[in-house]
Design a protein around this ligand. Structure first.
Ligand code: SF4
Length: 244
């Protein structure tokens, strides 16, 4: 009996590396003001990841979900209205219990919810997609990430994400293969060719990777445009702007 009461009253916890207000630096919502909730861990190890070092060092804290919502309220009050709350990481869908607790709170406040995800947890998405306004799905060609392939997970994920507003973004490194890009394009085209498809050339601390950009310009953009209706190149801007 005592244990039951403790279970009922135990706060929902999550792992957070940071919460901050800034400007979205990538994708089609570039330049929009957002509150970023950065979850701690990720299931992938993309070699270009800005957060990998912090994640491997365990630089995140266990915090009650109520504190996360309180911090969002503070930013909304002190920094003015934001376009949306970006649930990012790490991989937010690894924290399904926390998302199930946070999302209704954000909806109750009429805040727009924006999920930045690596698109590898379709079953988790299925449980929360009804409370997400925008899904920013990274599609991960293995020759770009250096990690394993996630084609099946991506296909299932995108079919679910399509129930709300979704765009696909893929980071292009000079190592990416044409076969992987063809497969990425085909995957999106089979789900819905109208889904916006964003090429993001790898961004280094010194600026954009010119070889990656050349690959997109000379080869991949034309390839994608043959099957998809909305193809764009949008580099990461926040490093150039010098903001988080
Ligand atoms: S999926 Fe995203 S957060 Fe995870 S390792 Fe790759 S770039 Fe980093």
């Amino acid at each position: 009996m005592k244990n039951d009461i403790q279970k009922q009253t135990a706060p929902v916890m999550t792992e957070i590396s940071e919460i901050f207000s800034s400007i979205q630096g990538e994708g089609p919502y570039l330049g929009k003001k957002q509150i970023f909730v950065r979850f701690g861990r990720c299931n992938m190890h993309c070699h270009y990841c800005d957060e990998l070092d912090k994640m491997q060092k365990g630089m995140y804290q266990s915090v009650p979900v109520a504190d996360v919502v309180r911090q969002i309220d503070v930013f909304e009050r002190e920094k003015g209205q934001h376009h949306s709350v970006s649930l990012t990481g790490g991989e937010p869908l690894m924290y399904l219990g926390a998302l199930k607790a946070i999302l209704p709170e954000l909806k109750a406040r009429n805040l727009t919810t924006y999920l930045e995800t690596n698109g590898t947890f379709p079953r988790a998405l299925d449980q929360v997609v009804g409370s997400i306004d925008i899904v920013a799905m990274d599609l991960k060609p293995p020759t770009s990430t250096g990690d394993r392939a996630y084609w099946d997970e991506h296909r299932e994920f995108l079919a679910i994400a399509r129930r709300t507003k979704v765009f696909v973004k893929t980071v292009i490194t000079p190592a990416v293969s044409r076969a992987d890009i063809e497969r990425s394009i085909q995957l999106v085209a089979e789900v819905d060719p109208r889904i916006p498809f964003i090429f993001q050339p790898e961004s280094l601390m010194t600026g954009m990777s010119v070889p990656a950009m050349q690959l997109i310009e000379k080869e991949f953009f034309t390839l994608a445009s043959a099957s998809l209706k909305d193809v764009r190149v949008i580099p990461q801007m926040h490093k150039i702007w010098g903001v988080r």
